[in-house]
Design a protein around this ligand. Structure first.
Ligand code: NDP
Length: 506
């Protein structure tokens, strides 16, 4: 494994081979904790995009992957999970030095989430209903009807920098599991772990060309990929703005699209909440990975009867978060991913103050000794936020919590839903029946009760409203990577008994 000061070289991964960019160009990947270049990566251009798509197309059309039995594909996927475990140390390192995610989290959660996803998917594809037999209908006449589920063909995935491995695998695994092939364009800040995963896939026996990775700027090669005529389906995770653009681009050739976009998830604290769990839970909900999670609980709606106590306890508990180098296993919160993200978050903190919210915690760049060039920000809490403020409406994607006071539960539910987003929502209460009642009212794809960030490989994840559409994880993800075919076979050999004869002839 490389040391912290090494600059590693990465090529593109196309057709099962490490491949230089045709232009010979490269770009740098920077460690956000140190501001130092840690890797140099081949920078794909349009011809490289085409080569990757052609490799994926060729393998798909050969049937060498798509026509294997689900059992055979499941067995190979399980070997992939094993390879990931064997190489976990390197994957964790690559993820930490590029995304700023802590080894404490990546090592204890991300890697397990990925292997769990593979194992669960391998099980699901062996139980999946690939053929549905329809009853013989009296109208329009006796026939054998079947509904088949078939892979799309070549999938394209454009992924973000916050959870590079997890968010790539949420697309790669169901796509491959259902017999598709895929080309992934990871975010330019964080291509390393995705490139490594593609190499491990081939080592595990997934055929060359099934899983390709091209790195380079989204605005050029991302667009070339999602508009490529040989791509059949596009999956994207990232900003709502780019999601809209991708939807527009994909519409020119009417590609199937799934989008997982931004969020401004509300977390409602009821007066009877157990604050011993709600306080650390709400902070875990917002400050995990420095707030750079699409489903972070960024708006905390607190009942007026407990408001002052909650603010006081939130601030006190936040002080226990240890900010530092993500490679140190004691670190709870690392830097934000880039200088650009750092500037965005600091600008929002300024906006919050200008809007009249009360800054009760943080609000400044965090000082970490020995890491003066890192992009660290103090976990920041604003009290007395109103839901119309920009810090309550816009996705900040940084360690910033907006606390909003409410007096009536109906008002809290209305405020919770008063957002363009609908990715997640949460409720903190001791009354579970009341929690389920509120969950019905919340317009979000995931609702947590007395918890946060609990995603499961067997439960669908995705957005309501402008948080996107389509679902990742679980059996629902398998539907996203298949299309439906109705096959009809007549059971009536006698021409005179065909009902359609009288519609046109004679
Ligand atoms: P983007 O949405 O710009 O980037 C996500 C991915 O899309 C990256 O791979 C990027 O490539 C690619 N991309 C960018 N432009 C295009 C395009 N025109 N066509 C195709 N692909 C494209 O996120 P940012 O990195 O700019 O972050 C901005 C904001 O997005 C954050 O502050 C946050 O609010 C939100 N975001 C949400 C995420 C989520 O999980 N829902 C994850 C990350 C960000 P490249 O890196 O080369 O630009």
């Amino acid at each position: 494994m490389a040391t912290v000061l090494d600059v590693q070289e990465f090529l593109l991964f196309i057709g099962g081979q490490w491949t230089p960019a045709q232009s010979g160009e490269t770009f740098d990947v920077v460690n956000p904790a140190t501001g130092r270049v840690v890797a140099r990566v081949a920078k794909a251009g349009h011809t490289d995009v085409d080569a990757a798509v052609q490799a994926a197309r060729k393998l798909f059309d050969s049937g060498r992957w798509a026509k294997q039995t689900p059992e055979a594909r499941a067995a190979i996927l399980m070997l992939f999970a094993q390879k990931i475990m064997e190489n976990a140390k390197e994957l964790i390192y690559l993820e930490a030095i590029s995304s700023g995610g802590t080894v404490r989290r990546i090592g204890s959660s991300d890697i397990l989430q990925i292997t769990d996803l593979i194992q669960q998917t391998a099980k699901f594809i062996q139980e999946y209903k690939y053929v549905e037999y329809l009853p013989i209908p009296p109208f329009p006449g006796p026939a054998n009807g079947q509904v088949w589920r078939e892979p799309y063909g070549v999938c394209a995935a454009v992924t973000p920098w916050n959870f590079p491995m997890i968010l790539a695998m949420w697309k790669v695994i169901p796509a491959l599991a259902m017999g598709n092939t895929i080309v992934v364009k990871p975010a330019s800040n964080t291509p390393l772990s995705t490139l490594k995963l593609a190499e491990l896939a081939v080592q595990a026996g997934i055929p060359a060309g099934a899983f390709n990775v091209i790195a380079g700027p989204g605005a050029s090669i991302g667009e070339a990929l999602v508009t490529h005529p040989q791509v059949d389906k596009v999956a994207f995770t990232g900003s709502t703005e780019v999601g809209r653009r991708i939807m527009q681009l994909a519409s020119t050739s009417v590609k199937k699209v799934s989008l997982e976009l931004g969020g401004k998830s509300p977390s409602i604290v009821l007066p009877d909440a157990d604050l011993d769990i709600a306080i650390p839970g709400a902070l875990f909900g917002v400050f995990m990975h420095s707030g750079q999670i699409c489903e972070s609980g960024t708006r905390l709606l607190v009942h007026e009867s407990i408001y002052d106590e909650v603010i006081e306890r939130l601030v006190a508990k936040t002080k226990e978060i240890k900010i530092g180098d993500p490679l140190n296993d004691q670190t709870g919160m690392g830097p934000v991913v880039s200088k650009q993200q750092f500037d965005t978050v600091m600008r929002y903190i300024q906006i919050g103050q200008q809007e009249g919210a009360r800054l009760v915690c943080g609000g400044k760049p965090a000082t970490v000794e020995g890491y003066e060039n890192g992009y660290f920000i103090e976990p920041t809490i604003f009290a007395d936020v109103t839901n119309d403020m920009r810090i309550a409406q816009e996705e900040i994607f940084g360690p910033v919590l907006s606390v909003i006071k409410y007096s009536q539960l109906d008002e809290a539910i209305r405020l919770a839903n008063d957002t363009i987003y609908g990715l997640a929502a949460g409720i903190w209460t001791r009354d579970i029946n009341e929690a389920y009642r509120i969950a019905h009212e919340l317009k979000a794809g995931t609702v947590w009760i007395n918890d946060w960030h609990m995603l499961r490989a067997d439960a669908p994840f995705g957005g309501y409203k402008q948080s996107g559409f389509g679902r990742e994880l679980g059996r629902h993800a398998l539907d996203e990577y298949t299309q439906v075919k109705h096959v009809h076979a007549s059971l009536v050999p006698e021409p005179e008994k065909r009902p359609w004869l009288s519609m046109l002839f004679g």
